[in-house]
Design a protein around this ligand. Structure first.
Ligand code: UDP
Length: 241
């Protein structure tokens, strides 16, 4: 169903939003574990300097293109691909959890954010079966992993930011069975209403990153010079093709 192509040596799967959801359903139904990575230019630049992170990305079952930079890099190689945002994908996974009765685990964000999120989800999705939840600030990772494993989730949303969330999910793959695991960055802040998402028009124009920089100016350090470097190297990469 999906085709994996490579950007500067890093895989990205070409598929539609609904195909990504189908992969998730198949995994749960077939009792497979899958790690979904929503890849963006910052992650690729980080993985170039960290071979352990590169290894985690390489072994992900599904790598969806998040970030407009990835969309541009794919276009430079002649691939037309829609952006699949972690926020949108994980929200649809929550809906699937409710409609299919799947066990959902939530890990990440500040304590007040996760508490607000839990009450919001309980209100918006009354039949949601949340089997585990914990904030993202903990010292004993092994204890967290064991507790998640005991709760036997079928979907795990992990909101610790990259690459922390990807490393943790990679470890969990050995411990769970039939679970869709996705790193969702700052999505809990958005779902809980603690942070506002960019208006739809900004999202459609591919300017969500700019909105986030305006709202949280400290994010500029993440974008510059990483994004221009990534785009420059993507041009070189597409010429080499
Ligand atoms: N976070 C966490 N534990 C940590 C570091 C971060 O739970 O040790 C959370 C943080 O509270 C925020 C999310 O991870 O909710 C990271 O959000 P960010 O906006 O940086 O992620 P992005 O969407 O850019 O990937």
């Amino acid at each position: 169903m999906k085709k994996r192509v490579y950007l500067q040596g890093f895989g990205v799967d070409l598929l539609s939003f609904s195909q990504a959801l189908e992969c998730a359903c198949d995994a749960v139904n077939n009792m497979d574990n899958i790690q979904i990575i929503t890849i963006n230019p910052e992650m690729i630049e980080a993985a170039k300097k960290d071979k352990d992170f590169a290894n985690v990305i390489k072994h992900a079952e599904l790598i969806v293109p998040d970030g407009v930079g990835i969309k541009i890099a794919l276009a430079l190689k002649g691939y037309k691909q829609e952006r699949i945002g972690g926020c949108d994908l994980s929200y649809e996974l929550v809906k699937l959890c409710e409609s299919n009765g799947w066990r959902l685990a939530l890990l990440g964000a500040k304590e007040e954010v996760i508490q607000t999120l839990l009450s919001k989800f309980k209100n918006d999705f009354p039949n949601l079966n949340i089997v585990y939840s914990h904030n993202g600030y903990f010292d004993n990772e092994n204890e967290i992993l064991n507790d998640i494993s005991k709760s036997n989730p079928q979907v795990l949303l992990c909101a610790l930011g990259a690459p922390k969330q990807e490393f943790l999910i990679y470890r969990l793959k050995e411990m769970l069975q039939g679970c869709v695991m996705i790193g969702v960055g700052g999505s809990f802040d958005v779902f809980s209403g603690c942070t506002k998402r960019a208006p739809v028009i900004w999202q459609k124009l591919g300017l969500e990153w700019l909105y986030r920089v305006i709202v949280q100016p400290e994010r500029i350090k993440r974008i510059f010079p990483t994004l221009p470097i990534f785009l420059f190297e993507s041009i070189i990469d597409s010429i080499k093709k």
